[in-house]
Design a protein around this ligand. Sequence first.
Ligand code: NDP
Ligand code: DXP
Ligand code: MN
Length: 388
Amino acid sequence: MKRISILGATGSIGQNTIDLIDRATQTYEVVALSGGRNVAQLADDARRLRAEVAVTAHDELLPELRDLLEGSGVEAAAGTTALIEAARRPADWVMSAIVGAAGLAPGLAALQQGATLALANKESMVCAGPLVMATAQAHGGSVLPVDSEHSAVFQALIGEDIASVERVIITASGGAFRDWPEERLAEATPEQAATHPNWDMGQRITIDSASMFNKALEVIETKEFFGIDPEKVEVVVHPESMIHALVGFNDGALMAHVGAPDMRHAIGFALHYPERRPLPVERLDLLKLGSFTFREACERRWPALRLAREVMRTGGLAGAVFNAAKERALDGFIERRIGFTRMAGVVEEVLERVSSQSGLIRAEITLDNVQNADHLARKAADEIMAGS
Ligand SMILES: NC(=O)C1=CN([C@@H]2O[C@H](COP(=O)(O)OP(=O)(O)OC[C@H]3O[C@@H](n4cnc5c(N)ncnc54)[C@H](OP(=O)(O)O)[C@@H]3O)[C@@H](O)[C@H]2O)C=CC1
Ligand SMILES: CC(=O)[C@@H](O)[C@H](O)COP(=O)(O)O
Ligand SMILES: [Mn+2]
């Protein structure tokens, strides 16, 4: 029986994963489920799936979680250390679906016990791609992409020689404001930004889609995951979100992954890999769809894309600084301390300030160094926003 854990079980990816587990004919042994504030959902799923342990990231919610789990036989735990210990419990397959850099340490813990890590948490690859891959290799585990574009690239590469790849094109919906004139972007509100045209996702990634920071993270994720030269990674706006990515080979062939915007495609592929099994997703009717459209991903309109290129050129811990600055700028936007278009400016200033501290960016990519860079970048972002 396959033993599985789901980190970030109460979120959008976590709930889609649980939907597949609930429908499965094969039975799974659920080891750990983790969540944050939504302890009611966490306890409900942990009871139904008969998890060994349910963990909330927040210490103060432990009494509530304990009450909700009373008599169920499910252990209750709370806090960062408990989360890492739960991720380290022996499991065959672990879904990494915590949002933000907070997902890195639990994901590494899962890899240290030799699990297959189904990686939705793109921040892990942006902050510490080489560390994630080396940890998997050192402990006999593996990492499977769950981000829709990266799952698409992974599938297009099966049986192919990476040396014959000329380019990788990842698509972007263009987010909530893709049809807005550029001059209006400065007045965009968090509520408007948190409405995605095609995908149903958590608030943070949805706003990142509108600012293109999501795609910026994904360009870096592509480089780290597949070892592709950044020059070969392209972004194209595809408003329908039906083609998730394309891989171009040296004979001119383009292999595309096409499917409805439903994350159960990518999650299910990672859950059943290397097999393909039926999934409860829409089958596309091409005649009804009629056509697919594409637009340029303009770096002036979306400066996050330009910043991602700079981060890849810098290398080292620049990804961790970039991600942390972005997370704080996003907090600032959600809390209405800065405007929508100011987010990229804050991130750029943090990159300049922290990169000038000699040695920091070039330090070895270890968990401690990543967390240190993350901390300094958040502090710098807060100072910059306070003066904005
Ligand atoms: N949603 C999607 O379709 C896609 C998401 N991704 C990536 O997957 C990850 C999850 O995204 P999504 O599901 O949308 O996010 P959600 O916000 O919906 O869910 C995030 C999950 O993480 C938990 N959480 C939040 N903060 C912390 C923390 N500090 N420590 C531990 N747990 C925490 C939340 O708990 P609670 O809600 O209980 O507070 C929840 O379980 C992100 O990295 C995202 O970029 C990638 C591709 C597609
Ligand atoms: C579903 C998924 O993988 C998201 O990362 C998606 O790509 C977001 O949509 P955007 O293309 O708007 O960023
Ligand atoms: Mn994606």
